[in-house]
Structures are given as structure tokens and as C-alpha cells.
Design a protein around this ligand. Structure first.
Ligand code: SF4
Length: 393
């Protein structure tokens, strides 16, 4: 392993996110900043990203990095050599903690033995693989480039390369999906015993082919009507509740609304994000929050390749905004928000700021207080948007 790591030290922490904005083909539901690109463009991008990494490494020299997440897009469209170049730049520019969690997102159909070995060599110790469904019909509908068999092959490659921390991404509430279909996908996934499973409901995003096809249906469902093509609300709730109980039976603990892990295998990077630790985004369009200041990179590929990485505007998070974010991000986690940590960060108890809201939500059975923490009840999770809105003024 070539990563030069430093001992965990009492330095300020900074999570890193690296964005790779390329995919083989655009999925029909996707509104992420990603697109297909030819090999020269990818090479130019790696060049530019390495330059940004070096520049930012100098600016944030006083921080140590407890986690790094390489996301996209499909980072695994880069060659192993390109990825190693990026990781060498990271290792030379930032203080990566000895125990850092280093994740890369991959999609089936873009992995091979050599890439997996290169990832290991580059110090990557966690892989998040996008499966979404175990059913060929659903994968085709989503516009995914792979089959269930492709996924099995990629999963096997990763295990044989020695990866012992794998997440599988799944997607529920797909058009035409029945409860039995979802049960089948979960069952097939659990048989492989990944360490972590993320299970999100499909969102119909504007500007995507899915919005054209299912936008009206989604709006009808939101308004309390009966959708024609998407699962109805009752089925979606049934899928969600089944996910929790089924995965629990198979040894996974739900630690966030949509995330489940075997004990000790929770994603540290995401937990940092939900607890408002400093994070620095590198690469096209990536967002950052450092010492209460929000800023982001340009989403214009030409500008980025030309070295014009960051947008000029910066926004300072007010104390009030920081409290709001701390509450609604913290409540996504099953452990909820620690009253002591809230006090440590803001110098007041949550009740001093949100006394009425907390009392009302507790009376409604949506929020509960347990061992010094405020957390959503099962009913509170299902009414998530309503509860979160209570903390945003
Ligand atoms: S692979 Fe992921 S990022 Fe790429 S188009 Fe599909 S959903 Fe979007």
C-alpha cells in the first residue's frame, strides 16, 4: 500500500469527498452530475482533479482526514492507473488518518480483477456497489448497464481481491414493482452477506426521462391519490417496514432511515456528514462545509478542466441554520441527536431552542427522548418530512 498515513492525532478533522462525474450511460432516473465521456476527457479530468487536490491540500494542511469517499458518477469507469494517480495525489497532499475509512463507488460491469487489485494497492478499504435490483426487468427499466449476473461477478471479484467491507445500494418503490419483487431483491442480496445495505425509495426527479414518464403519477401519489404506474403509498410503507424487520432478522441494524449495517460496519463518512463534521468536496460540482462556511465547485466541465475549480460565492452558516441542520440531519440517524452534544456544540439545550416543537412532536408520538437523546419513533420516520420541517424556520 502506498498511502502515507499519519497517526491519528488531535488535529481538526476534515472528511474528503472526490467526485468522478462519468458514467457509461445515463440511467433513466438519475439527476446526479454525471455523463458519459471519452477517454481523453477522462484523462484531462484526472489531471485537473490532481491539480485541485494538490492546491487544496496546501490550504487545509492543518487538518487530518478520517474518511475519504470517491463517488460519482461511476468512479470505476476510471482505469486502475488513473485511480492510483488520484490516490497518490491525495496521500501526498493530505494527512490521512491511519484508521481512515476509504470508500469507492462502483457499478457492476465496470470492474475487473486488475482494478480491484489496484484499489487495494491504493489503500481503498470499502466498496459501495450499485445494484438497485436483482430483477432483470427492473434493471432494464431503470436504464442500468448491468444484469444481476454482472453484479454477482463484480461482487465475487471484490471479495476475492480481499475487500471485507462492501455496501450494496438498492432501490425500492420502482414503477410496476410489487411487494414480492422487493422481497426477492432483498432476499437475493442478503444471501451474499454484504456488510452494509443502503435501501432508498426511488425519487422521481425533474429533468429525467423518469419525470416525463412518471412525474404526474408521483404528483398524484403525493396529493393522496392512487398512482397508476408507481406503487401506492401503502405498498411503499409496507416495503419500508419489511426492509427493517427482514434485515434485522439477518443481522443488520438500521442506523439511519435508509441505511443498515452489520455491527461496527456503519459508514463513518456518512455519519460524519449527518453530524456536521467538516467536509471538503473535490472535483466537478462537489460541495463543501468547512468551519461553518459552505462553498462549492463549478459544475462546468470546461471551467473545471481549465483550473477554475471553485465558485466565488461562499455562504456562512448562521448559528440558527447550523442548529437546524444539526437537528434534521441528526434525526435521520436511529440514534438521534444527543442533547449533550447539541449543548457542547451550541451552548444551549435543544429544548431551549425547540422546546415547543419537541413537546408537540413527543405528544404526537413522532419523537421520543431516550437516554439523553432525541430520536424519531417508527411513526416519526414515516412522517419524516413533516417532522424535519418543524425544525426549519
Ligand atoms: S450509474 Fe449512478 S450516477 Fe451514473 S447515471 Fe446511473 S444512477 Fe446516475
Amino acid at each position: 500500500m502506498f498511502l502515507k498515513r499519519v497517526k491519528d492525532m488531535e488535529q481538526k478533522k476534515l472528511e474528503l469527498y472526490l467526485h468522478i462525474p462519468f458514467c457509461i450511460r445515463k440511467c433513466a432516473y438519475c439527476d446526479f452530475l454525471s455523463a458519459p465521456a471519452d477517454a481523453p476527457t477522462r484523462e484531462d479530468y484526472v489531471e485537473a482533479l490532481v491539480r485541485e487536490i494538490k492546491r487544496k491540500g496546501q490550504m487545509y494542511a492543518g487538518y487530518s482526514v478520517p474518511s475519504l469517499f470517491i463517488g460519482g458518477g461511476t468512479p470505476s469507469v476510471l482505469s486502475g492507473e488513473e485511480l492510483i494517480r488520484v490516490m497518490e495525489a491525495v496521500a501526498a497532499s493530505f494527512f490521512i488518518e491511519k484508521s481512515a475509512e476509504i470508500t469507492i463507488e462502483c457499478n457492476p460491469g465496470t470492474l475487473n480483477e486488475k482494478k480491484a487489485a489496484d484499489y487495494r494497492r491504493a489503500g481503498i478499504n470499502r466498496v459501495s456497489i450499485g445494484l438497485q435490483s436483482a430483477i432483470g426487468r427492473e434493471l432494464a427499466l431503470l436504464g442500468r448497464i448491468h444484469t444481476w449476473e454482472d453484479f454477482l461477478k463484480s461482487y465475487d471479484i471484490l471479495r476475492r481481491a480481499g475487500f471485507s467491507n462492501i455496501n450494496v445500494d438498492l432501490m425500492a418503490a420502482l414503477p410496476g414493482q410489487t411487494f414480492r419483487d422487493w422481497e426477492y431483491t432483498l432476499t437475493q442480496t442478503v444471501r451474499l452477506r454484504p456488510e452494509h445495505i443502503s435501501a432508498y425509495s426511488l425519487l422521481i426527479e425533474e429533468g429525467t426521462p423518469f419525470f416525463e414518464r412518471y412525474g404526474e403519477d408521483a404528483a398524484r401519489r403525493r396529493a393522496g391519490g392512487e398512482p397508476e404506474l408507481l406503487p401506492d403509498e401503502e405498498t411503499e410503507v409496507k416495503m419500508y417496514e419489511f426492509t427493517g424487520s427482514f434485515l434485522k432478522k439477518h443481522g443488520y441494524r438500521q442506523y439511519e432511515i435508509s441505511n443498515y449495517a452489520r455491527p461496527g460496519m456503519e459508514c463513518r463518512h456518512n455519519i460524519g456528514y449527518w453530524t456536521l463534521v467538516n467536509y471538503l468536496g473535490l472535483g466537478l460540482g462537489s460541495a463543501s462545509l468547512v468551519e461553518g462556511e459552505r462553498f462549492s465547485n463549478t459544475s462546468n466541465l470546461g471551467a473545471y478542466l481549465g483550473g477554475d475549480f471553485e465558485k466565488k460565492e461562499r455562504q456562512t452558516l448562521s448559528r440558527r441554520n447550523a442548529m437546524e441542520e444539526y437537528m434534521f440531519l441528526g434525526l435521520r440517524m436511529r440514534a438521534g441527536v444527543s442533547r449533550e452534544e447539541f449543548h457542547g456544540r451550541f451552548g444551549v439545550d435543544p429544548e431551549a431552542v425547540y422546546g415547543q416543537e419537541i413537546a408537540r412532536l413527543c405528544t404526537q408520538g413522532l419523537l421520543e427522548q431516550q437516554a439523553g437523546r432525541l430520536r424519531l419513533t417508527e411513526e416519526g420516520i414515516l412522517a419524516g418530512n413533516y417532522v424535519m420541517a418543524e425544525f426549519i424556520k
